[in-house]
Design a protein around this ligand. Structure first.
Ligand SMILES: Cc1ncc(COP(=O)(O)O)c(C=O)c1O
Length: 439
């Protein structure tokens, strides 16, 4: 039993109250912390408002106008607006907004494009691929045989010549691209010859970089020839925890296959409150997305530079460190990623350990992964990135006691209480993350 757990014979009301208190403590902790996890973000006040609505209690299997239940008059309008906004923001022919997460979107695509025991090519987990692309995740569940692209460790990207050879040799049913450690654009155009020769569909998982693509500050996978684009909607796109599938439908039968892949393939109801919050997020992205994406990338570069100047081994200095929201630091000489992430957590600086391509022990990663997107949403710029780098370096490089640095982290974070790049930005009741008493 953990010491923070209430006695399990306590009255149910006390247990419920303790969940409320733990939630409040969590909120307070994040209010006082520097959030640097590259896959997280904060929703806007308006997105939060619709998320916490009656929509959460309802069901709407099927598509707008073709439902299996009554009660969907307004849901149909919300979902149609959400799809239209997605098509506009990503400049494409097709959007399905019913996947309840990025992994569910990936499972829907696997259902639509593949059959059990077929072959596919992917980025390896150790090179930044996602677990849903791997044998131990959704791809394995589908029974796929996976083959990993050779990886260029120096440039932290797919090795183009090696990947072309692999695609020609394996002749996959689908070639999947996209990573959870996404520093630079995928060389989609460079691989096009090999993929065209094999004739297989191409699939891009842009979960991490969706908000940067929406702001037109990263590669545009559909314009570069990708057939299907999946993503979760809560990383650089600052929306609800949900999924999306986008396409220009250049292959016959793709629309029906994708729609059926989502429902009845891998979902039943599709979390209507999240669809509403996604629609708000996409509307705000249309208005503020370019400025936010631009600042996010500038901040990632500024943070990388400031950490580098403080003696930390930020990868890819020769390429300007990153073209996305993410930077990777090799912390082997500070006893590895797990130790560093834990020490920083004690100083209220929240990030995660990360496997590096050359790590020999997968359970002892030598890296840490850092994302600039959430700090950008809270209104920080390059000046603050230098301050954040200094706080990190004091714990990691200078070995200061984390608990002492924590007080300065709390004081620093108090200056950033609002979500930016959204409507109703300055309204008092919408202080980040939650005003007193609200959970
Ligand atoms: C590349 C990539 N794809 C898919 C996912 C899965 O997203 P979700 O957590 O929404 O299922 C992630 C999550 O980190 C990811 O990095």
């Amino acid at each position: 039993m953990f010491d923070w757990m209430p006695d399990n014979v306590a009255p149910a009301k006390d247990l419920a109250q303790s969940i409320r208190n733990l939630t409040r403590e969590h909120n307070r902790w994040f209010k006082e912390s520097i959030p640097l996890i590259a896959s997280e973000n904060v929703m806007s006040p308006l997105a939060r408002e619709v998320m916490n609505s009656d929509l959460h209690n309802r069901y709407a299997e099927g598509l707008p106008g073709k439902r299996y239940y009554q009660g969907n008059i307004f849901v149909d309008k919300i979902e149609s607006i959400c799809e239209d906004l997605a098509k506009e923001v990503f400049d494409c022919e097709f959007a399905d907004v019913r996947s309840t997460s990025g992994t569910v979107a990936n499972m829907a695509i696997l259902t639509a494009l593949t059959k059990t025991r077929e072959k596919m090519t992917t980025v390896a987990l150790s090179d930044g691929g996602h677990i849903s692309h791997a044998k131990i995740g959704a791809t394995g569940l589908r029974g796929m045989k996976t083959y990993n692209y050779p990886f260029d460790e120096k440039n932290m990207n797919i090795d183009v010549e090696g990947a072309k050879r692999l695609i020609r040799e394996v002749r996959p049913s689908v070639a999947l691209f996209g990573q959870s450690v996404f520093l630079f654009p995928t060389p989609i155009r460079e691989l096009k010859d090999a993929v065209d020769e094999v004739g297989c569909p191409t699939w891009y998982d842009g979960a991490h970089v969706l908000g940067l693509i929406a702001g037109k500050k990263f590669q545009d996978p559909l314009r570069e020839g990708i057939d299907v684009f999946s993503a979760s909607t809560h990383k650089t796109l600052p929306g609800p925890q949900h999924g999306i599938i986008l396409s220009d439908l250049k292959r016959e039968g793709l629309e029906t296959a994708l729609r059926r892949g989502v429902f009845p393939g891998v979902t039943s109801n599709h979390h209507l409150h999240s669809v509403a919050a996604l629609a708000v997020t996409l509307a705000e992205t249309r208005e503020f997305g370019a400025a936010y994406a631009d600042q996010t990338i500038r901040n990632a570069k500024a943070l990388a530079q400031a950490l580098y100047e403080r003696g930390m081994d930020v990868l890819c200095e020769h390429l300007g460190f990153t073209e996305s929201h993410t930077l990777i630091v090799d912390v082997e000489r500070y006893h590895g990623g797990a130790k560093v992430a834990k020490s920083l957590e004690a100083a209220n600086i929240i990030l995660n350990k990360n496997l590096l391509p050359w790590d020999s022990d997968p359970v002892k990663p030598c890296g840490i992964r850092i994302g600039s997107q959430e700090l950008t949403r809270l209104g920080m710029g390059p000046k603050e990135m230098v301050e954040v780098a200094e706080l990190i370096a004091r714990v990691v490089v200078k070995g200061e006691v984390p608990e002492r640095v924590k007080d300065e982290v709390i004081a620093f974070k108090r200056q950033f209480t609002k979500v930016h790049y959204c409507f109703f930005e300055g309204e008092e009741a919408y202080d980040y993350p939650y005003y007193d008493g609200d959970i």
